[in-house]
Design a protein. Sequence first.
Length: 549
Amino acid sequence: MADSSARQPSMLQALLPIGLLVILLAFSVYLYGSDSSYGANQIALVICAAVALLVGLRNGQTWKELEQGVVDGISIALGALLILLMVGSLIGAWILAGTVPTMIYYGLQILSPEYFYVATCAICALVALSIGSSWTTAGTVGIGLIGVSQGLGLSMEVTAGAIISGAYFGDKMSPLSDTTNLAPAVTGTDLFTHIRHMVWTTTPALIIALIIFTFMGFNSDTEQQVLVLEDTLKLLDDNFNISLWTLIPMAVVFVMAFRKVPAVATILVGALLGCVIAVTFQGNVIEKFIGGDRVKCERSAVYSCEIISYESESENAKVTLGISFNNSDQTLTETFVLEEGGEKSFETSEGTVNVYSHGDFMTYLSATWKSMFSGFSASTGNDEFDGLLSRGGMISMLNTMFLIITAMSFGAAMEVTGLLHKLIKTIIGMAKSTGSLIGSVLATCIGMNVITADQYISIVLPGRMYKAEFKRRGLDAKNLSRTLEDSATITSPLIPWNTCGAYMAGTLGVATGAYWIYCFFNLLTPLVSFIYALFNFKISPIEGDEVDG
């Protein structure tokens, strides 16, 4: 919020960064399409943050105050950034361990293509309801279901929509969820009153979403899916050790999440357990994954080496090595057989070249480490299958993290300059009836998700600002807490630069712009809430008060 000694911003100033953001994002999407989130959107957000800060400087705020406000805003997202890094490492480790391939393998056999979308939504709803986390649900069961959909030849975009719909229903209705506890705490009602009141808007939205997913499943090409299914099952069986033991990391993650162990610790333990399972059950996978990386040249200032080809032959490997010398144009190519853990030397005019092969311990350590930081890479020769399982690693989350940091910078700039407060105050002043008041809360929370890029801010800030107005009009606090969840919680994964939207896109491997239209539950819930408000249906007054329509 702007310093009291500074001038209060005008409505035109408050709208300037928002209008510019809309224009820049439109150009970004026009120029780069689905790749706009890989840099162009980040630049747009930085420019608009700078404009907001310039407005603050013009109104008399100091640079130190503005800078600290932006730093504080970014710090709110640090927890989400750490979780993203851990999820990236978990995905890579779980693929190497066979956890994800096993989930896909059994999912392909159990789930019928016709009912896949509706089953996906229902499964994710139950898991999220049990553990209280949409992020953990998407990062565990969701990853497997995305793989199953690709294995069945179904739409990954629709599947992502079904995963997110189910995950956010469970997250919203679970007493274990952080947002479900936050909303009533901010508004001054109790948890279970809040949950009971949400049933009225949440249940119709979920039922309609399930019906839509059911009809979409019936329209899929079953004959083509059977052929894809058989090929995928064979490739999984040929390239991984499919075993229920590989699901141990997922079971441990669920137990830890249910017991409310912090998310970063839970996911890190899941990733490390995946590494243990990989070493125990997936020796052949590790050997193929590491390949020529287990062969190294002794460090030298005279020459450098490149592995041209590597063919494993039991305990030996046939290696073709390219050697280039730093002080001359001379290059050599040597083909030789190298024992596991063995060494080889070559005499050249520039000196001796020493080559060695890692033993099992270093190979396994290298493979698990590599899967966690750069992800797993499949090389079966089947492009679709390789694309399915070539994922994960901390590196895969870096672009998503850049998007979150720049989005939080923009939101923080809008807040510290008072521009955000000006917008919300104007919206509150325009709400005359109960219906328009609740509609303004819905619009404010959705707008906050766009501007601040964080669902927690989108719950807390409007909750505080509308609380007194709801009380003044004789409306029970549970109406406000429900409306906050119907909008702030539910729409957060639909915005590409919001922490939730960026997380879902990074975790599921489907762009937010591609899946949002299929998040039927998330799209319907605010609509149901608004319809209830228009007809004053299930809008509870404070006991003893009457509510004007």
